[in-house]
Design a protein around this ligand. Structure first.
Ligand code: ADP
Ligand code: MG
Length: 510
């Protein structure tokens, strides 16, 4: 070999060494980055852990906070609002009633025909449409004008003119799922907005009056005779079908719960309560807070970036509006460690771009190569090629976030049962609570409604599993969770019917 040949060979060897060491270096860096990403996941798992012991602490905290909220106004983060709903539908309601359900994402109009026999909803028409985004932050006039127009269109479409007796005024139940201080069963003042709504001129105003004015302006002959929130509607339907229903929980865009409480346990309102017996209390549990809740830096950041920081802490860990965004924040954090995620995608920085139904679809992807995960990451976040191990990691993140949410919701439900002595433990000390021993635990039904619970199978499974873990194998079979499809709307129509002839007392709450 000549001199040139030797030089060439040495050059090639050096180049090969450089390439090899660059590759080794890259592999080592990638390995380290991957380890850091896995560490992010592990920290998330630790931060979101909900062992049954911790859930029981949440149960106790919920029951104690409920009691505190019933003792005095402002006594707890749980508002424990009086609804003035005494008489839940009995089953004898007859006639045609309308309902309007303003949730967080959808807006539903219903026309329900009742046959006068329990479980005899003989006819039902539903019109469901999304609430236009711009109305979430507009004026109350724009919002109610839109609602009244849609209502008028619906009535004109659905009503058979020959069937209607012109002297009969139409009656409507209005489900308005935001915190309202009721002044009667048909009126109430908006306390604050949640779920991304910000219509400042509405806060402090009577919600029914706004709707009634908008309806009258459209020339529609209809009276708003019940104002409730979605939990109360769901409880009404639950009770209509099954008298053992004692509570209702909504798990949709937002989350909330109501339940039947003994009038004498509502200590803060004793002078307003003239009737004995049970009353529906709207907990506004989305605002529940306890140091036992497993909170992470992602929750803190989401809260700080929200239009309502320090508010609705429980809701921000549980409900459909937020779960997808918690997952987005974790993926964003991971992408800071591993370039395969992030550098390509500025979309990952866009708040709420990863909606919860998409997150659920990734979580429930059962294709062997997680094709659906790759597709959603590509279509929504504009990622290019996502390796299989990264897809699996994303699924794991969805799992951790959903599992925590579902288990906390279960703990909240058991908290209610504990407060009213239906968890098999005898309840918390709050006066005259019956002490049900384990053996005499009564059949207890909790009505559940909301798109997150009804559409997200794994969420539902985690929630049910946690209920059994918390209550124990012996008690759990006595507690039945029943789904009430469209419960919040049908319930408003049922309550419009049961309040149709009864006089309504207007009381001023201090
Ligand atoms: P609203 O809260 O407006 O009354 P829903 O009860 O129908 O409406 O809940 C809608 C919410 O449920 C959506 O915002 C979404 O977060 C959640 N959701 C809907 N479909 C799914 C799904 N397939 N998987 C997971 N979550 C879903
Ligand atoms: Mg709803």
């Amino acid at each position: 070999m000549g001199k040139v040949g030797v030089k060439l060979a040495v050059g090639c060897a050096v180049a090969a060494c450089v390439v090899a060491s660059v590759m080794v270096g890259r592999r080592v860096r990638r390995k380290r980055a991957w380890r850091r990403v896995v560490r992010v996941l592990e920290e998330l798992e630790e931060g979101c852990a909900t062992p049954v012991g911790r859930l029981r602490q949440v149960v106790d905290a919920m029951a104690v906070e409920m009691h505190a909220g019933l003792v005095s106004e402002g006594g707890s983060k749980l508002k424990m609002l009086l609804t003035f709903v005494h008489n839940l539908p009995s089953g004898s309601e007859k006639g045609t009633y309308y309902a309007l359900d303003l949730g967080g994402t959808y807006f539903r109009i219903l026309r329900v025909q009742l046959g006068g026999q329990r479980s005899a909803v003989i006819g039902q028409d539903v019109d469901r449409r999304p609430i236009p985004q711009h109305l979430l932050t507009g004026t109350s006039e724009e919002l109610f004008d839109f609602i009244a127009s849609s209502l008028k269109d619906f009535v004109e479409r659905e009503e058979n003119v020959s069937e209607r007796i012109p002297s009969e005024r139409r009656e409507l139940g209005f489900t308005f799922s935001f915190p309202v201080k009721q002044t009667s069963s048909s009126s109430g003042i908006l306390i604050k907005w949640t779920k991304g709504f910000v219509i400042e001129d509405m806060v402090g105003r009577d919600v029914s009056e706004c709707l009634q004015q908008a309806i009258s302006k459209k020339g529609l002959d209809m009276r708003v005779n019940v104002l409730i929130n979605d939990t109360v509607g769901t409880l009404a339907v639950g009770h209509y079908h099954d008298e053992d229903t004692v509570a209702a929980v909504i798990i949709g865009t937002g989350t909330n719960a109501c339940y039947l409480e003994r009038a004498d346990a509502i200590i803060k309102c004793q002078r307003l309560l003239t009737m004995p017996g049970d009353l529906v209390v709207n907990m506004e549990w989305g605002n529940f807070w306890s140091s036992h809740l497993p909170r992470t830096s992602y929750d803190n950041d989401l809260d700080a970036d929200s239009p309502n920081p320090y508010d609705q802490g429980f809701e921000k860990m549980i409900s459909g509006m937020y779960l997808g965004d918690i997952v987005r924040r974790v993926i964003l954090r991971m992408s800071e460690e591993l370039d395969v995620f992030g550098l390509v995608s500025s979309k990952l920085h866009v708040p709420f771009i990863l909606r919860t139904p998409l997150m659920a679809a990734m979580h429930e992807d059962d294709t062997p190569d997680f094709r659906e995960v790759a597709k959603i990451l590509r279509d929504t976040l504009e990622f290019s090629e996502i390796p299989l191990n990264v897809r699996k990691l994303v699924v794991r993140v969805c799992d951790v976030v959903t599992c925590r949410a579902a288990r906390l919701a279960a703990a909240g439900i058991v908290g209610i049962l504990k407060k009213i002595g239906r968890d098999g433990s005898g309840g918390i000390a709050s006066g005259k609570n019956e002490c049900a021993s384990r053996s005499e635990m009564r059949r207890t039904v909790v009505a559940v409604e909301g798109g997150l619970y009804t559409n997200y199978t794994l969420f539902r499974e985690y929630l049910n599993e946690a209920m059994t873990q918390i209550l124990g194998e012996e008690i759990a079979p006595n507690v039945i969770i029943k789904v009430m499809e469209d419960g919040s709307g049908i319930g408003a129509a049922l309550l419009a019917a049961s309040h149709s002839t009864s006089s309504v007392d207007t009381v001023q709450i201090p």
